[in-house]
Design a protein around this ligand. Sequence first.
Ligand SMILES: Nc1nc2c(ncn2[C@@H]2O[C@H](COP(=O)(O)OP(=O)(O)O)[C@@H](O)[C@H]2O)c(=O)[nH]1
Ligand SMILES: [Mg+2]
Length: 304
Amino acid sequence: MKKIAVVIPCLNEELTVGKVITDFRKVLPDADVYVIDNNSTDSTAAIALKNKAVVITEKQRGKGIAVRKAFRKIEADIYILIDGDDTYPAEEAVSLLAPILDDTADIVVGTRLSRSANSKFRIQNRLGNIFFKQTINTLFHSDLTDILSGYRVMTRDFVKRMQILSKGFEIETELTIMALNRGFRIVEVPVDLRPRPSGSNSKISIIRDGVRILSEMISLFCYYKPLSFFGGLGLIELLASGLFWFYKVNGDGPHAFASTFSIGLALAGLLSVSVGGILHVVTRRFQELDQRLDLLNDEIHRTG
Ligand SMILES: Nc1nc2c(ncn2[C@@H]2O[C@H](COP(=O)(O)OP(=O)(O)O)[C@@H](O)[C@H]2O)c(=O)[nH]1
Ligand SMILES: [Mg+2]
């Protein structure tokens, strides 16, 4: 029998955490339920304990920090990550578990944005999600429908191989990009997102967390695909230098500044491309190292 852990990161969710726990007790009576409480100032922890969940306290604020602690502390074969605001249907856990149980996925994402989902989004959240989805699919050549879903089911192997560094709401972006980059099998299952019950408030700030999520995407793109990132930058600089030379140096303006600027831009372009090339080689070596560590991990796991 597979050991299932339900992991619920919470910050001030006293209105909903109890229902999320009892809903999972009905759907998966043998699962262990963990609430990762981030110093909530309301009675989230007390309600979780009353509903016989295991409460893990994390002093440092941030959903990413809470999930990282959960991945380190909790031992299970399968991990179900879900928000504590009762906006995701616990009853869908069975369909999200299926690809994991029949070993066709390493991570299953409850997609709120697939055609068959009937999710209740605030318009700015829906537009933000679509923008981020397009960005990741473009940068990483994937065709995912939902990047930021808080409802995920993951194998132990996946969870224990994640080096989570993000602190806040970038956690889902980091998990998605690391899964894509490491070639894990991602399966999406439609779920209907519900609105929060009245009186219960989202902790996300569209601008602050939107900027954080975007910068997380760009930095991971830079780390995992340095040749595309720096090479692309270099090509833009070389192109700009060529255009500048063509229009300015050949034009009748001050030539000295124009030619110096154009040559400077060309050199910067060549430098970016070379940096991209060097980092590409280094990244390749790191990927091989990751594989070796994974093999060692398997070895240790097998020999116990
Ligand atoms: N542990 C922890 N959980 C958080 C933090 N911020 C948000 N959460 C939880 O993460 C989940 C998603 O947050 P929410 O505010 O609903 O974001 P939204 O669904 O994107 O609007 C909820 O269960 C929150 O309680 C935090 O700083 N620490
Ligand atoms: Mg929410």
